[in-house]
Ligand binder design. Structure first.
Ligand code: ADP
Ligand code: MG
Length: 585
């Protein structure tokens, strides 16, 4: 057997080490984490510390701790750690050496060869410095590859033919977007753009700013000391990560400091909405960079076959939704975005070692799960409005929640229906279960109800609804949420849906089922486009009669959807098509 070649993602914030072996990709753990903080330090005993321990001491002892050394790679600048000078290569070598050891501890054998990744924009000098760091660490660097190339290799291993991918990488302190072309076995970065000082740290900073503001307003604390700030920064990152999967978070730091001899306990609630507002300018900048990268290689967005999400910060829902909206396609985040670069390096290693490489498999949900609510569009209420909570292709296990609101004052109960499917009209999806929460507290409408779903690898779906104000909650568990429709239950589900919608799904179940579904999907898309167009026209038309006609038809469409009346729906859609044609011409 040939010698094993490990893959290393030497990141600015975190590094990872992986190996592809026997058709399986393994990312090695250190202290039960696959993420290894890219920090080096000298502890109070004068001993070298690397990773989490170095990260933990960073805030308290910056003079004997180093972070983000990657930014200095390739420069002559030296860094000082505990009064001694080091070249950037030496600090990186310390990290690499520890990663090598982690792989060796996990494998129980010695490792001497590695593939290491670098950003696409790294110059020859920076690449050379990375290679030297590997050699200092006792590794033979078999190849230096670009990070976006590595990401493409993980997603597309086993793929044949030509493809153009856009790799959007938002890490802790850096942002890169690259367009990658794959042609058979050749992977090439054809353009790359980014900002070396933009990332998750900026998101933490906006939350930190809110916390400091809170301390000023509530406790008149103007300038807390470094220790307090470092605790708050940590809390901010934790809150940020929570907001990736839930609509609210509470930041609590007990005994944060003392004010006039009394302890100050900090408690601040933050909503995802507020947080998203604050990080929008950063995301805008990344979207602009995406367009610059596309322009640089002369491609239009539609020429991109796949969009890949890389870097821990791409777990932020707003990042993903903005990118998808902008590029009009679903982005891939199935492979852990923190780990996929190391995974790609490992695949490159396996290829160099002469191993055969197959497609990388991950546990993902093949379906979307969600619930329904009363939606509103331009003042028109839409009942059975489907709200996905866990989206198709999400890696599992997963836990997600969203906020919903009661519609009446003193509303005593809410009913939650759990659906599986992709249709905007919840009734067209498969109903998996239903439950209600009764005895809600009295008060005005818009009482916040948090609905959370969790799905595990065995396909067990747990749905829970909680009145935020009181904590009153109710839940159900659905077994086999993923597999249950793969056998004969599928037929009974089809029958049920058929009954519900009359002839609407008549064709479902015959041999051309897949095509029909696709046709229906396309038809639904077309109808939705038409409705959007009508809504846009509403603002543009000058004639009152035309406006009234459009509104009447939109209401009719909404009613028809509500009642599942296919004929009424079809007629209204046709009339609307004609009306739009008439107005436009
Ligand atoms: P780098 O490649 O720059 O070393 P990573 O890809 O490891 O960085 O990304 C680290 C960043 O990802 C950190 O800012 C971290 O807070 C952020 N992050 C990790 N998990 C999440 C999450 N679930 N939601 C939002 N941000 C996250
Ligand atoms: Mg990275």
């Amino acid at each position: 057997m040939s010698e094993k070649i490990i893959g290393i993602d030497l990141g600015t914030t975190n590094s990872e080490v992986a190996l592809y072996q026997d058709g399986e990709l393994k990312v090695f753990e250190d202290q039960s984490s696959k993420l290894f903080p890219s920090y080096v330090g000298i502890d109070d005993q004068g001993e070298l510390v690397v990773g989490t321990q170095a990260r933990n001491q960073y805030a308290a002892y910056p003079e004997r701790s180093i972070k983000s050394i990657k930014r200095k790679m390739g420069s002559d600048e030296q860094v000082i750690m505990a009064d001694k000078e080091y070249h950037p290569q030496e600090i990186s070598a310390i990290i690499l050496r520890r990663l090598k050891e982690i792989a060796e501890e996990n494998l129980g054998q010695e490792i001497s060869k590695a593939v290491i990744t670098v950003p696409a924009y790294f110059s020859d000098r920076q690449r050379q410095a990375t290679r030297e760091a590997g050699e200092i660490a006792g590794l033979e660097v078999m190849k230096i590859i670009n990070e976006p190339t590595a990401a493409a290799l993980v997603y597309e291993s086993g793929h044949k033919g030509e493809k153009q991918l856009l790799v959007y990488d938002l890490g802790g302190g850096t942002f890169d977007v690259s367009v990658v072309r794959m042609e058979e076995a050749v992977v090439e970065v054809i353009s790359s753009h980014g900002n070396n000082h933009l990332g998750g740290d900026d998101f933490d900073a906006v939350i930190l700013e809110l916390l400091l503001e809170h301390l000023r307003d509530e406790y008149e604390i103007e300038e807390p000391d470094q220790r307090v700030i470092s605790r708050l920064r940590h809390a901010a990152e934790k809150a940020k990560i929570e907001l990736s999967s839930q609509p609210f978070t509470t930041i609590e730091e007990e005994y944060l400091l003392e004010k006039d001899g009394n302890p100050v306990h900090l408690r601040m609630e933050l909503s995802r909405d507020r947080y998203e507002e604050l990080i929008t300018p950063f995301i805008d900048e990344t979207i602009e960079a995406v367009h610059t990268a596309l322009r640089d290689c002369g491609l239009v967005a539609t020429a991109i076959d796949e969009v890949l999400l890389v870097g821990g910060s791409t777990r932020t829902p707003l990042v993903r939704s903005r990118l998808e909206q902008d590029l009009h396609q679903v982005a891939h985040g199935e492979i852990d975005p923190d780990l996929c670069v190391a995974g790609g390096a490992a695949i490159q290693g396996a290829i160099l070692a002469g191993d055969s490489v197959e497609a990388v498999l991950v546990d993902i949900t093949p379906y979307t799960f969600g619930t329904d609510t009363l939606g509103m569009e331009d003042g028109i209420p839409i009942p059975y409005f489907y709200v996905p909570i866990i989206k198709k292709n999400s890696p599992i296990p997963i836990k997600k929640s969203e906020v919903f609101y009661t519609i009446r004052p003193n509303q005593e109960s809410v009913q939650v229906t759990v659906f599986q499917g992709e249709e905007p009209d919840a009734r067209e999806n498969i109903e998996l279960g239903q439950f209600s929460v009764n005895g809600l507290s009295e008060g005005p409408a818009n009482n916040e109800i948090i609905i959370g779903f969790s799905l595990d690898v065995n396909g067990i779906l747990h749905a829970e609804a909680t009145e935020k104000r009181t904590g009153l909650s109710k839940s159900i568990t659905i077994d086999n949420a993923i597999t249950r429709f793969e056998d004969d239950e599928l037929d009974s589900a089809r029958e049920r849906i058929k009954d519900l919608f009359g002839d609407r799904t008549e064709q479902v179940g015959d041999a051309e089922e897949a095509d029909d579904n696709a046709d229906q999907g396309r038809k639904a898309d077309k109808d939705n486009d038409l409705i959007d167009k009508a809504k846009n026209l509403l603002e543009a038309v000058t004639d009152d009669d035309d406006r009234e006609d459009i509104v009447a038809l939109l209401e009719e469409i909404s009613d028809a959807r509500k009642n599942g009346d296919k004929e009424q729906f079809q007629t209204a859609v046709e009339e609307l098509t004609e009306l739009i044609f008439y107005i436009e011409n």
